[in-house]
Design a protein around this ligand. Sequence first.
Ligand SMILES: *[C@@H]1O[C@H](CO)[C@@H](O)[C@H](O)[C@H]1NC(C)=O
Ligand SMILES: *[C@@H]1O[C@H](CO)[C@@H](O)[C@H](O)[C@H]1NC(C)=O
Ligand SMILES: *[C@@H]1O[C@H](CO)[C@@H](O)[C@H](O)[C@H]1NC(C)=O
Ligand SMILES: *[C@@H]1O[C@H](CO)[C@@H](O)[C@H](O)[C@H]1NC(C)=O
Length: 508
Amino acid sequence: MNGTIPESIGILAMLVSLDLRWNSWEGVLTEAHFQNLTRLKSLWLSTKVSANSTLVLKVKQDWVPPFKLIDLQLTNVRIGPTFPTWLKTQNELNVLWLENAGISDTIPHGLWKSYPNVTDWNLSHNKLRGQVPYFKFQPLVARVDLRSNKLEGELLPNLRWLDLSSNSITGRIPHSIGMLKELGFLILRNNFLSGKLPPLWKDLQQLRILDLAKNNISGNVPSSMRYLRSLEALSLSQNHLDGEFHSFFRNYKNLQSLDLGRNKFSGKLPTWLGESLPSLLRLRLRFNLFQGDIPQQLCPLSNLQILDLAHNDFSGVIPQCLGSLCSNEKEHYFLEYDYQIFLVTKGIEYGYGQTFFGLVYSIDLSSNNLSGEIPDNITNILELVIMNFSMNHLTGRIPKKIGNLHMLETLDLSMNELCGAIPESLSSLTFLSHLKLSSNNWPGKIPSGNQLQTLNDSSIYEGNSLLCGPPLSTKCSKDETKLRVTPNGTVVTKMEGELSHSRSGLAW
Ligand SMILES: *[C@@H]1O[C@H](CO)[C@@H](O)[C@H](O)[C@H]1NC(C)=O
Ligand SMILES: *[C@@H]1O[C@H](CO)[C@@H](O)[C@H](O)[C@H]1NC(C)=O
Ligand SMILES: *[C@@H]1O[C@H](CO)[C@@H](O)[C@H](O)[C@H]1NC(C)=O
Ligand SMILES: *[C@@H]1O[C@H](CO)[C@@H](O)[C@H](O)[C@H]1NC(C)=O
């Protein structure tokens, strides 16, 4: 439905529950819309976010609603800029959502105490200021979502779901977090938390999501984190944490996402990784100091969709079995929390929410010290969207069947020592929009046609002294067009049979 909500809805005196969510509403709601709704207990209203229309709730400062709600869920309904005073009359609420309500105000004094029955708070995506409340909730409080506000101060909560992401919270994560035995979701992403991780995690055996990304936390991962056996997602990315890839991560049998990116973790990857974390879908270790081989034993991770080991110091060869990663039929299991992961595609780092998981398959091994050949069976990962092996010391040729990777959008093999022919089959990759083959040893004429026709930027191929033809300005001379690559990948300058081609005019 779209358009305005008619005032006449306010005459439905027997109405108990009104759910108008997920439509495209606009216009202004006033007192008249609620005039006779004396029995209303639950009001659920949301509208799609749109640039040119808004839904506004505009009532007088001293409005006393005729109802006493139990469940109020407003999403994308403009109520602000001040905190609505009429809410004071709604002291029977169990659920209170004013999500993206355009409120830029300080949190009213005593707000949390005024609603003793609320177990589900969602004041996210506003511009609320002030101290984080000193939560003294009854154990029945299930969820507090204060994401994307401007809260600051220290926190001391006591609940099952705590999302304080994207605020300005400073200080350490308090030791008392360790007392929240019921905590299932702890999301403190994107704040200014600093100091070390608190030491007491032993009792948080219900914790399923721990997201502390984008803070300023330093030091080690405390060993008491070994008890977090229920973890499904762990993100510690963009902090200053150090230490090794802990052996106790193998206790996390349900772990689907592990993101340690942009820290100072070091040492080798354990060989038990593949076997011990069978549920892993996403492994992101980007920008750390890991070294040694990428273990062959990674390959039991047949559910993996994202493998990002870029910008470490891994050496040795790419495991031969890489093609058996990502091979399982995926169940699309969604966490209740919109976990985000950042991937570099098309040269830019994008955040992907979990709606994209299952769509984006990525292997990024760029900027390491890998040598040897690209395993042929990588072309078995038919879902692959991003493949970035740039800035290594890879040799050999591009797997012949690269054209099988029909979903491929980003292919970066630049700055290696690859040679052999650039396969013609690249031109059949119709989604390919970011190709980089610069600084290698490819010989001969650049293939053309189909998709490659659209990728006509010479920087894709530059730094290959033996390459010629458009989009490079180097013309292929008679000799260079004679460069031929035999089926086993070696380059031959003069071949028998060339004559017949030249005779028919095909060679140049
Ligand atoms: C509602 O949607 C219909 C169909 O898309 C459109 O023709 C109409 O203009 C819309 N009305 C308003 C008020 O946006
Ligand atoms: C991060 O923490 C360090 C000390 O651990 C401090 O020197 C630095 O200023 C902090 N950075 C920010 C952005 O808070
Ligand atoms: C890169 O790997 C090779 C062996 O594959 C090793 O000899 C060399 O020391 C490594 N370089 C660095 C900078 O780690
Ligand atoms: C591949 O990785 C390198 C190094 O991490 C990065 O600079 C480059 O932009 C990536 N390529 C693409 C096409 O995303």
